[in-house]
Write a protein that binds this ligand. Structure first.
Ligand code: HXC
Length: 506
C-alpha cells in the first residue's frame, strides 16, 4: 500500500470510530479549528510502518494559522490505539513544544486519549513527565490552550491542567485522575463518568475547566476568541485594533449608573456593567460557571486588550471566598504574564464569613489574590462602584497593594466594616447603658450606627490619604479607565532580579 492510499484508509477508519461516538476525527478537528489550508504537519509517519498499513503515531503535530496568526498544534488521534501516549507520541509532542517555544507562538492541544499506553510500561509515564516539564517551561512565555474533546484519563490530566486554559465540551469530554472502574474497585463507589469528570462538573464545581462548549465548533470558537486578546508570547504587546468612537458605546457608558441600584444590599448583574463599559459590549468571560461571586474575562477598551476582574453582587452578594479568590488570582497572573492591563470593578461586602470557609483555607487560598495583585507589573486600574469593606477592599486591587490608579463613585461605601458591626464593638457600653429595655438599646444602636455611617462610610478618608486618586461619576467611568490605561501604556515592567522566585501560597 502506498502512503496516499494508506492515509485515506486510516481516515476512513477514524471516521467510522469517531463519528459513531459523536466526535470528529483528529484531521476534521484540525480543519475546523485552523484557517483553511494552513496546516503544515511534521513527523506524519513517525512511528509507523506503511508496509503493515500502520501509518504513524496516535498524535498529529504541526503548525497552522488562526485568523492569520501562527499557532503550534498537537491533536491526539483516538482512532489509533485510543489516542494513547507512548514513546513516539511523547517525542512528537515534546518536539512540538520545543519548536513552539523557539518560535514563540501559542500552543493548542486537542486531547482525546486513554492516557499512558499500558503496553509501553513506564516509558509512557516518563514521556508525560517530559511533556509536563516543557509545559511548565512554556508557562507564561507562550499561551497554552487545551481542548478536551474526549477522555483525558489518569495522570495524563495534568498535561492540560498545566496550561493556561482548559476547554471542555458538554458531551464526550471527561477528565479524571481515576476513572469510574478504578473508583468502584478501590472504594466501592458507583459513580458515572459525568459525575466524576464531566464538563459540567469541571466548569461549575472543580474549576478545572475555563469554558463549557456546547459542542466542538463552540469550543473552537472560544479558542479563536481567546487568541484575539492574547499576544503570541510574553514579550509581544497584546493584540489591539483601531477603535473608532462609537455612539452606542458612549450611550452605554453614560447609562451605567442605571444598572446599579442605590441600595448597596440590592443585587444586580455586574456582567451588564462590564458590557456597558467596554468596546462594543464584547466581554469574553473565563470560568463563567465557577465561583460566580467574581467574574473574570477579556475585553477591549479603546481598542486595547484588557483583563477584567469584577465582584458579582448577584451571587452570594459578591463576597470573596476560597474559590473566587483563586479564580481571580490565577487570572490576574495570566494577564500579568501576557501583558494585559487589569481593570478591577469593586462592589464587595467582604469575605464570606463562616466555618466552612475557614476550614477550606480562606487564609491560605485568599492570600493568593493578594499575591497576584501585589506582584503584577501590568497597569492596574481599580474602580469601586458601590462598596468595599474591610480586607476585601484592600485585596481587590486596591492602591495599597499595587493599583496604579484607583477611583470610586461618589456614594461608594468604603470602610473597615458596616455600621452595625462597628457600633456593636465601639459603643457596646453606651448601648448597654440605654437599656435594660431591648427596644431602647436597639434605638440607641440605630442612632449610633447612623452617626457612624454618616461620618465613616464614604470614600473621603481614602481620598484624603491618597488611597483613591479621585471620585469619578458613573457616566465618566469608561473615560477614566481609558485615560488611565493610556497614561500607563509605557509602564516599566522590568524585574529587579534580586531573588530566584517568590514563594507565594500555592
Ligand atoms: C493502551 C488503551 C488505553 C491505554 C484505551 N486503550 N486506553 N490502550 N493503553 N491506557 C485502547 C483500548 O484497548 C481500545 O483498543 C482503544 O484504545 C479504544 O478504547 P475503548 O476502551 O474501546 O474506548 P472507549 O470505550 O471510548 O473508552 C475510552 C476510555 C477507556 C474511557 C479512555 O479506554 C479507558 O478507561 N482506558 C483506560 C484509561 C486509563 O485508566 N488511563 C490511565 C493510564 S495511566 P482496541 O484495540 O480495542 O481498539 C496514565 C498515567 C499518566 O495515563 C501519568 C502521567 C504522570
Amino acid at each position: 500500500m502506498d502512503y496516499a492510499s494508506a492515509s485515506a484508509a486510516a481516515e476512513r477508519k477514524a471516521k467510522k470510530t469517531q463519528h459513531a461516538k459523536g466526535k470528529k476525527t483528529a484531521r476534521e478537528r484540525i480543519a475546523s479549528l485552523l484557517d483553511e489550508d494552513s496546516f503544515v504537519e511534521f513527523g506524519r509517519f513517525h512511528g509507523g510502518d506503511v508496509t503493515q498499513g500502520f501509518l504513524g503515531a496516535a498524535v498529529i503535530t504541526g503548525f497552522g494559522e488562526i485568523d492569520g496568526r501562527k499557532v503550534a498544534l498537537y491533536v491526539q488521534d483516538f482512532s489509533i490505539q485510543g489516542g494513547t501516549l507512548g514513546k513516539v507520541e511523547g517525542v512528537k509532542i515534546c518536539s512540538l513544544l520545543d519548536k513552539a517555544m523557539a518560535m514563540r507562538i501559542p500552543v493548542i492541544s486537542i486531547l482525546d486519549s486513554g492516557g499512558a499506553r499500558i503496553q509501553e510500561g513506564v516509558q509512557g509515564l516518563s514521556e508525560y513527565g517530559r511533556i509536563f516539564r516543557r509545559s511548565c517551561k512554556a508557562s507564561g512565555m507562550i499561551p497554552q490552550i487545551s481542548l478536551i474533546l474526549g477522555p483525558s484519563a489518569g495522570g495524563a490530566v495534568y498535561s492540560p491542567a498545566l496550561t493556561d486554559f482548559v476547554i471542555m465540551t458538554r458531551e464526550n469530554s471527561h477528565m479524571f485522575v481515576t476513572g469510574p472502574d478504578v473508583v468502584r474497585a478501590v472504594t466501592g463507589e458507583d459513580v458515572s463518568s459525568a459525575d466524576l469528570g464531566g464538563a459540567e462538573l469541571h466548569n461549575v464545581q472543580s474549576g478545572v475547566a475555563h469554558y463549557l462548549g456546547e459542542d466542538e465548533e463552540d469550543a473552537f470558537g472560544y479558542v479563536r476568541s481567546l487568541l484575539t486578546y492574547l499576544p503570541s508570547h510574553c514579550d509581544e504587546m497584546p493584540p489591539s485594533y483601531t477603535y473608532k468612537p462609537s455612539a452606542a458605546d458612549e450611550k452605554a457608558a453614560a447609562a451605567v449608573k442605571d444598572l446599579v441600584p442605590d441600595n448597596s444590599r440590592q443585587p444586580y448583574n455586574m456582567v451588564d456593567v462590564v458590557e456597558s463599559l467596554v468596546d462594543h459590549g464584547e466581554f469574553v468571560q473565563v470560568q463563567e460557571h465557577f465561583a460566580p461571586s467574581i467574574i473574570i474575562g477579556f475585553a477591549c477598551i479603546n481598542g486595547e486588550s484588557v483583563g477584567i476582574v469584577a465582584d458579582q453582587p448577584m451571587h452570594n452578594a459578591g463576597t470573596l471566598d476560597v474559590d473566587s479568590s483563586e479564580k481571580a488570582a490565577r487570572f490576574v497572573r495570566c494577564c500579568d504574564a501576557f501583558g494585559l492591563p487589569v481593570v478591577t470593578l469593586v462592589d464587595v461586602p467582604g469575605y464570606r464569613p463562616g466555618a466552612d470557609q475557614e476550614q477550606a483555607g480562606i487564609i491560605r487560598r485568599g492570600a493568593k489574590l493578594i499575591f497576584a495583585y501585589a506582584n503584577a507589573t501590568v497597569p492596574l486600574v481599580t474602580i469601586t462602584l458601590r462598596k468595599a469593606y474591610g480586607g476585601a477592599y484592600i485585596v481587590m486591587g486596591s492602591k495599597s497593594i499595587g493599583a496604579d490608579f484607583a477611583y470610586a463613585w461618589p456614594d461608594a461605601e468604603i470602610a473597615v466594616m458596616g455600621a452595625d458591626g462597628a457600633v456593636s464593638i465601639l459603643n457596646r457600653r453606651e448601648i448597654k447603658a440605654a437599656g435594660p429595655a431591648p427596644a431602647a438599646m436597639a434605638a440607641k444602636a440605630k442612632e449610633l450606627a447612623e452617626e457612624y455611617a454618616a461620618q465613616n462610610i464614604n470614600p473621603n478618608l481614602s481620598v484624603a490619604t491618597g488611597e483613591l486618586d479621585g471620585i469619578i461619576s458613573p457616566e465618566g467611568t469608561r473615560q477614566a479607565i481609558a485615560e488611565s490605561l493610556e497614561v500607563l501604556r509605557t509602564k516599566d515592567r522590568t524585574h529587579s532580579g534580586l531573588k530566584r522566585h517568590n514563594n507565594g501560597p500555592l
